[in-house]
Write a protein that binds this ligand. Structure first.
Ligand code: ADP
Ligand code: ADP
Length: 236
């Protein structure tokens, strides 16, 4: 479904990502692992064009994502939900409104600006929160929550976007073990129950092994491992 061909990103004459070619099957849970600076974040951000490729192509169901501009690019971004290490919620807004922000790309923006969310959208957002045991916090300000709670809200926001892909960039890097498990379980649930394809940057090999069907190891912007978690024996 998602095909990456010779994807490259240069900063000056350094290659952050160097000719990566991959096929990613619909419904898979792919872990991208590697040391800090390996190119994981740049790779993930190129997939939804938060970072611009220097070379190569990204094809999604036959469409050349690298060539999209304007409205077509916005439509593509709506199909990819991003999860960031630092959650990226709007702290002064309540939790339910933050989740509804995931609908921005699915609803005319003047309605969202006027807070004219439909009862159906509110119910959808609340159900997404309840799915992660966060329903009781719907009325709280986002900045009152713990990191693990905020990340679960961010995943609920991603789900109401009804994405084809979730791109999670070190989603648990700033969380304690308990919250790490809750957040990874939430991503696994989105993958298994809703069939959303998940690409997740991780620096913990143990986590990658526990959750991912497939691991892609990067070093210096190149793929140095691609296979089942089970087959990975050495640290990349
Ligand atoms: P990772 O996510 O694996 O830590 P990154 O994709 O963040 O790796 O970075 C890969 C390489 O690209 C690093 O050498 C990093 O310093 C460089 N890099 C990333 N973003 C930029 C940028 N905006 N400007 C210059 N260099 C960058
Ligand atoms: P810039 O030109 O500054 O890179 P962008 O519009 O590409 O501006 O992105 C700005 C910020 O908006 C990003 O860092 C990210 O936090 C957020 N953002 C943009 N697109 C998306 C998206 N598809 N999903 C989630 N967040 C996004």
């Amino acid at each position: 479904m998602l095909v990456v061909e010779d994807l490259t990103r240069r900063y000056g004459n350094r290659h952050a990502v160097d000719r990566i070619s991959l096929r990613i099957e619909r419904g898979s849970f792919v872990g991208v692992i590697g040391r800090s600076g390996a190119g994981k974040s740049t790779f993930l951000r190129m997939l939804n064009r938060l970072a611009e490729p220097s070379d190569g192509r990204i094809l999604f169901e036959g469409t050349d994502v690298t060539a999209l501009r304007g409205r077509a690019l916005r439509r593509w971004r709506a199909r990819c939900a991003m999860i960031f290490q630092q959650f990226n919620l709007v702290g002064r807004l309540d939790v339910l409104t933050n989740v509804l922000m995931g609908r921005l790309s699915r609803t005319p923006s003047h309605r969202a600006l006027l807070k004219l969310w439909s009862p159906q959208e509110r119910a959808l957002a609340l159900a997404a929160l309840e799915g992660f045991d966060m329903g009781a916090f719907a009325g709280n300000r986002a900045d009152q929550l713990s990191g693990g709670q905020q990340q679960r809200v961010a995943i609920a926001r991603a789900l109401v976007q009804e994405p084809d892909l979730i791109l999670a960039d070190e989603p648990v890097a700033s969380l304690d073990p308990r919250n790490t498990k809750l957040v990874m379980d939430a991503l696994a649930d989105a993958n298994k129950r809703l069939g959303i394809t998940v690409l997740c940057n991780l620096h913990s090999l143990d986590l990658a092994r526990a959750y991912c069907d497939r691991l892609i190891g990067l070093a210096d912007g190149r793929v140095v491992f691609d296979g089942r978690a089970f087959d990975l024996t050495e640290d990349v």
